[in-house]
Design a protein around this ligand. Sequence first.
Ligand code: FAQ
Length: 334
Amino acid sequence: MYAQMVKTDGTRVKSLDDMEPEERAFQQRIEAGQKIEPKEWMPEAYRKTLVRQISQHAHSEIVGQLPEGNWITRAPTLERKAILLAKVQDEAGHGLYLYCAAETLGISRDEMYEQLHSGKAKYSSIFNYPTLSWADIGAIGWLVDGAAIMNQVPLQRCSYGPYARAMVRICKEESFHQRQGFDILAKMVKGTPAQKAMVQDALDRWWWPSLMMFGPSDDASVHSAQSMAWKIKQNSNDELRQKFVDQTVPQADYLGLTVPDPELKWNETKGGYDFGEPDWKEFFEVIAGNGLCNAERLGARRKAWDDGAWFREGLLAHAAKAEARRTTAPAAAE
Ligand code: FAQ
């Protein structure tokens, strides 16, 4: 349960006693670990929270293809190119499962795209940073997929059935993605001094943005208390960030790299690392649309949508003709 069940505006998450019978029964099902399925009764705010989170998650997978897509033609070997292509294809697949999961809540795919293209819906802050070298592709796999797994494994136990089930396959594929990133870097750190420096430079640039993927600190996380009461989220943003740091620092040590945080220190008492605060001003700027690549990323998605207009129109025209044939055929046969 979320530590205090108090929201950032100071109000408390509703207790069972404050609920009407229908909502109380719903909450009791959640607390008993039952899954909520499409078309079952749910509070409107639960539905809206899921639509927001799942659609933003889907957009992140789709926009997340762009920084890596940039390197497909420049991957250093045919094997690396094939692996990267497969990874980027997986991300398209994740986006599609997640859009399907969100559609079960009554929002259409077109509405979700419109929210992305108009800037109303968010996508993960991490994809607004540029990929400057091949080592960045390793860093994305190792750190970005590593953070995504840390966040997504608990989502397999989310109270909403379609989201939880989509996450099972996604998590399996993310594990492969994380390993391919680590493998790129493990090879490079054994290469020339210039290659090792490239890896350190990638870690220096991707470390803090990766920590920001978990969202704002708990005291600034507006949705956590309610989302945890509904078991959409199982852990707070800071809990998952801590787990990620504890898991990743030994991996950086293994690679012979230095994590760019002077405050990083093992804390025997808590059995985890103490670490510095991410630059939250930068985080809020990025999610407000003012990061290094926000304009480029959204521009690419809008262009893809506009360039696909002829194809969507073609599909609709074909469907209309097929439907007309289907409805007129019996009459013609008489
Ligand atoms: N970026 O109250 P909270 C991937 C927003 S998938 C942008 O803490 P919540 C795969 C948040 O939406 C990565 N915005 O919110 C891959 C809210 O704004 P809103 C994506 C962020 O929802 C790898 C406001 O701040 N994963 O990487 C971020 O309880 C490699 C207040 O925040 C998911 O989406 C952020 N980092 O917790 C692909 C996982 N953090 O909506 C390609 C599912 C917060 O009110 C290559 N999502 N915000 O306008 C979640 O677990 C949650 O939504 C959190 C945020 C943890 C992201």
